[in-house]
Design a protein around this ligand. Sequence first.
Ligand code: NDP
Length: 342
Amino acid sequence: MFGLIGHLTSLEHAKAFARDFGYDTLDDAGLDFWCSAPPQIMDDITVTSITGQKIHGKYVESFFLPEMLAMRRIKTATRKILNAMSHAQKNGIDITALGGFSSIIFENFKLENSPQVRNVTLDFERFTTGNTHTAYIICKQVEESADKLGIDLKKSSVAVIGATGDIGSAVCRWMDGRLDVADLLLVARNRDRLQELQSELGRGKIMELSTALPEADIIVWVASMAQSLQIDVEKLKKPCLIVDGGYPKNMGSTLKHPDIHVLSGGIVEHCLDIEWQIMNTAEFENPNRQLFACFAESMILEFEKWHTNFSWGRNQITIEKMEQIGGASKKHGFKPLDLSLT
Ligand code: NDP
């Protein structure tokens, strides 16, 4: 059985979520309420592969909200993730994806040093960040959308915002090793980590966000920002392809320009309907088939019976592992969300 640990994107999202599940009385609930809410299994899921194989899983809501980090309620945030992992393990789930901020909190606050959650000793082999599949899907989205828009990758400058992150560094490796893009613009805040990445790649220009954006033909957003940023469309190149893989979204603005093409990054579409309710709250156009690539990773691992922490630790995603999970993803009927041109 596979599991998905998810979280809500904001206090507003939490209220809408509660309403959807019939808890109208929670409309006035503030952050304190959500801080004390224990994890819950909110959905039983069945997925059928194009091979005909069927698998079953569960969705575990951690009730973590990014506002908890913004308000510096770090202990609460870490408790939420550990409790959700313990809940998944107690319920006999073999492989569980740590969605969105769950894996970021796990890594940033070194939760591997806290495996004991009351009477449960966490077995980390049963969890995956899902980042290898997410990075693979984002790279495929760049490749396929550039092709659709007639953007020649070999002549393009690609800015990766959040380049030193787990997903960002994997995207850089692929952009260099598989797509051979003309220029890689590396953006993040910590300069030492940027320099380490630059030495590893043997290329890439370290830049500030404000100088990288106007130079980029393609922008990949994979920064772990608790709040979205507003972008000025006038300052971007035309045409420009933007793939926003952040959750919550890195870009707050809706960019309306015929030559600016924005695609939700790290999202896959399954070729058959998935039996579940939970994605109805995630604002997908086709919630029966669309989902986060990290969630799809735990489904793929379950299909293949690879009950192991396929994506684990930070900045260790190799091109070979991306190809391995990508092959299995295709085999079971997942494909990257594509750019719809209007
Ligand atoms: P990491 O924490 O590993 O990396 C985050 C990166 O963002 C780092 O390079 C960090 O560097 C940079 N960053 C953070 N804040 C800023 C900022 N204000 N400006 C510029 N750079 C910044 O995160 P992951 O790689 O695990 O995840 C990245 C994003 O992808 C997150 O939003 C996450 O929720 C989303 N995600 C989406 C998934 C999906 O299935 N679609 C799955 C998993 C994650 P520095 O701190 O030095 O600035």
